[in-house]
Design a protein around this ligand. Sequence first.
Ligand code: SIN
Length: 475
Amino acid sequence: MRTELLIDGEWRQGSADGRIGVLDPATDEQIAEIADGTPSDAIAACDAAEAAQVAWAKAAPRERSEILRNCWKVLVEHTDELAELIVREHGKPIGDAKGEIAYSAEFFRWNAEETVRIRGEIGTAPSGANKMIIHHHPIGVVAIITPWNFPAAMITRKLAPALGAGNGVVIKPPKETPLTALRIGELLIDAGIPNGLVNIVPTSTAGDWLDAVVDHRAVRMLSFTGSTEVGRVLLRRAADRVLKTVMELGGNAPFIVFDDADIDAAVEGAMVAKMRHSAETCTAANRFYVEAGVLDEFSEKFTAAMGNVKVGSGFEAGVTCGPMINKKAVTDIDGLVRGAVMDGASILLGGEPRPGAGCFYPATVLRDVRHGSTISQEEIFGPVAPIISFTDHDEVVRMANDTEMGLTGYVFTQDLAKGLHIGERIQAGMIGLNRGAVSDPAAPFGGMKQSGLGREGSTEGIYEFMETQYIATNW
Ligand code: SIN
């Protein structure tokens, strides 16, 4: 298990005296201690990325592409080992952890393919006076800050296109789940990533780390996935050096079930949209709006499906929901449930944290939730499904959009035209129409409103890590 900082291709203890303890959220026990990166470690990482990036940017796209493809292969070959590391530090069920490694690795394969297809354009100015050549440069050094809910995939979704575009990177993985990140760093070097190009510096002092990195002359971009609250702080700080930013922030996804939906399919979709990766995803369905005619049937079948969720250690056979990341997460979820009940909701299932060791919260379904109740406005990030009934289609669109967030929305109806029409009216970057999962490396991931800026994945993702240059000339 790697527990040092990865700087300039070397494993360093870093300059801090203290170390960061990593806990297993299923047992509350410490499983490792890792080096704690200081601002001077972060600066050394930026220096290394700056130096390594020059040759990498000059390498032929095909060469970069083949190394990225090798990264995909190496990650896939280490699926079992990486998945176990994810379960130990994050807690998600082993099947989800293996799925996460496949998803993470795929960002390398997809971006290996994009790397050799970076477009340019040539045109004639409207006046006819000159030609216009438009092409793309790597941006330089990119700072990457990632969350704990996908210890591998949230890194590779940024890292693979950043590298494909020709950049160097400095990564701050979350202090809750640094072990997967550090092992990925080691595997990428085995896969052929040059020393110094990828640096990984976990820290317990995120503000100091950020200041050091943002003020480093070579850093030109900040790519972040995490809460909207932290995103706002980072945007303010990035403004000091006018850094390019990509922000994947919070969600508050509506899940709308119309009277004409196939209810069994809606329940299946609801289980995926709510419970994927222990319900700790920013794409998770946060509010279930169900049309009055199918309210009873949907509530009953969905509650039965949620009742089959087995909560426990991610290593235990049959477990489909692991622990929450820490005790505070459990307390926050519980507070939202208590608030909804005080506002008139009734509990159909669950509703009480599991006492004892570990950070467990049971699958919970609430009915008669009031739209506007705090639980419908805040990201739950846990296995709780609030059901709100509706009768009017314009009203459900208004309620779905009654939030500052706009990451994901889900619509279930057998009338495809209606589904597309409603989907278009929902202010969210991603819509699942009769589907509970939207994430795909080949699709543009990102939000509207305060859910973020920019897109990851798809053909757009790699351009976020590049500058556009235009040359006016004649020949
Ligand atoms: C996230 O929760 O931040 C990402 C979810 C996903 O990629 O599906």
